[in-house]
Design a binder for this molecule. Structure first.
Ligand code: GDP
Ligand code: MG
Length: 439
């Protein structure tokens, strides 16, 4: 989505004045971009009309930087479309807070129960109790138990023979007795929305009166996710949505439609399979990510704090004349490390997360340690001259640091990709970066 929107916006003269016809063309492109991203057509229609009306009603046409004005309007309207403000998790004043997780099979409920338990416990709510109320598949209980063990949280279960409603009730009673501050109930899903499932979920809701009913939907299912959300909301009056697998979704259609169709806030997004891959959802940040601007300001602030400016300038010269070497690479990795997790950084740089091989899932903090070990077993001459590293040298390097040849090859490939990417950026080939630099 972001590529398409960016190009829609950048087609209009950079800084030059635009006509009403230009604006019309731009709206057409934005409309297409949204439809292509699988945003609900009704949502698209209203959205484009709002942007268009605002653009015409303001002094965009007269202004000196109309494209930027339109970007601003689109940004604001996208944010509004996703609810405007961040809506936090509703903790009960009187513990335990009861959270019921619902959704179709495979949407990510059980995983999200674990992630959420992790989140609430880091958020100061002690001893979350995980409840296995999906009794139809024995594997579901095991899966939750494994997650519980990993996080060291207790899992409440009564096996596969018990009634889910009883399980939920007894779990809440136990939580009251044991002082668990949050109870998170994992419920069963089906492949499709059906009445039997809804009835069971309604009974659980009735029995335990949850403070939150969070629907998990899979971002990759696009428009379907929206229909599912509508069905669950009609039946259960959900309190919020968790969009999972956003790490694999480049289109963003679900995130954009769900709020306006269901009028229920997106509270979290799942960004990977690991139990800390849960992000609190902020409409404005999501909007700038979609627009490809990333959380650029945050990144720049962080970078300025942690990265010596003159050194940055030197590096950028090196990148330009392609003398960027392994010493610089390690130094960069170190400074990036200081700035926070690589995953966070990549998310903040426009377009970077869309590059195959560089997406968040592929980057592991442990890789950094491995990369450094490999560089350390290079000779100083090799570090300064990456291009001389032949196969036989690679074999020696691998032996020297106890890694496999494949590890070394992969790392050198990554280095080359980074170098290539950086030189593209500094030559202004990346739209996102160029836009940022013009601002
Ligand atoms: P459930 O049937 O709704 O309980 O779904 P599960 O929690 O068992 O998840 C189904 C699959 O989706 C599992 O393989 C999870 O690891 C995966 N999954 C869940 N959330 C995410 C996410 O945010 N990102 C990615 N990439 N995978 C996820
Ligand atoms: Mg499950």
């Amino acid at each position: 989505l972001s590529e398409r929107l960016q190009s829609a916006i950048s087609q209009v003269g950079k800084g030059g004045r635009i006509t009403e016809a230009d604006l019309k063309q731009m709206m057409r492109e934005i409309r297409l971009a949204l439809l292509e991203a699988d945003v609900n057509f009704k949502v698209v229609k209203t959205f484009v009309k709002r942007v268009n009306d605002r653009a015409l009603g303001s002094d965009v046409l007269e202004s000196l930087s109309p494209a930027q004005q339109v970007v601003k309007i689109v940004d604001e309207e996208l944010t509004a479309l996703m609810g405007g403000e961040h809506v936090p998790l509703n903790y009960s004043k009187q513990p335990p807070t009861i959270i019921m997780m619902v959704g179709l099979q495979g949407a990510g409920k059980t995983t999200t129960v674990g992630k959420l338990a992790n989140y609430v416990s880091n958020d100061g709510h002690k001893k979350p109790l995980l409840v296995a109320a999906d009794v139809y598949r024995p594997a579901a209980i095991d899966q939750l138990q494994t997650i519980g063990q990993q996080l060291d949280f207790e899992v409440f279960q009564l096996g596969t023979q018990a009634n889910p409603v009883d399980i939920a009730k007894q779990a809440v009673e136990q939580a009251r007795r044991n002082g668990n501050e949050v109870v998170i109930i994992d419920t069963a899903g089906r492949l499709h929305v059906n009445e039997e499932l809804m009835e069971e979920l309604r009974q659980i809701k009735q029995a335990v009166q949850p403070h939150e009913i969070l629907l998990t939907v899979d971002a990759m299912t696009g428009q379907d996710a929206v229909n599912v959300a509508q069905a669950f909301n009609d039946s259960l009056d959900i309190t919020g949505v968790v969009i999972t697998k956003l790490d694999g979704d480049t289109r963003g259609g679900a995130a954009l439609s769900i709020r306006s169709i269901t009028d229920k806030p997106i509270k979290f997004t799942g960004q990977g399979e690991k139990l800390d891959d849960l992000d609190v959802f902020y409409p404005d940040r999501m909007s700038s990510r979609i627009l490809g601007m990333g959380d650029m300001m945050t990144l720049i602030e962080k970078a300025q704090r942690d990265f010596d400016e003159t050194r940055a300038a030197e590096l950028s010269d090196k990148i330009k004349d392609a003398s960027f070497d392994f010493n610089d690479f390690v130094e960069q990795l170190d400074s990036v490390n200081k700035m926070g997790s690589i995953k966070d950084i990549i998310k903040m740089i426009p377009g970077l997360s869309n590059i195959p091989g560089l997406n968040e899932a592929d980057i592991d903090e442990k890789d950094m340690v491995r990369v450094k070990a490999i560089v350390q077993s290079m000779t100083p001459h090799e570090r300064e001259n990456p291009d001389i590293i032949s196969q036989s040298r690679r074999r020696r390097i691998a032996a020297g640091c106890g890694q496999t040849l494949a590890d070394v090859n992969r790392m050198i490939k990554q280095f080359n990709q980074t170098r290539e990417l950086m030189s593209q950026m500094s030559n202004g080939k990346s739209k996102g970066m160029r836009k940022m630099m013009n601002q």
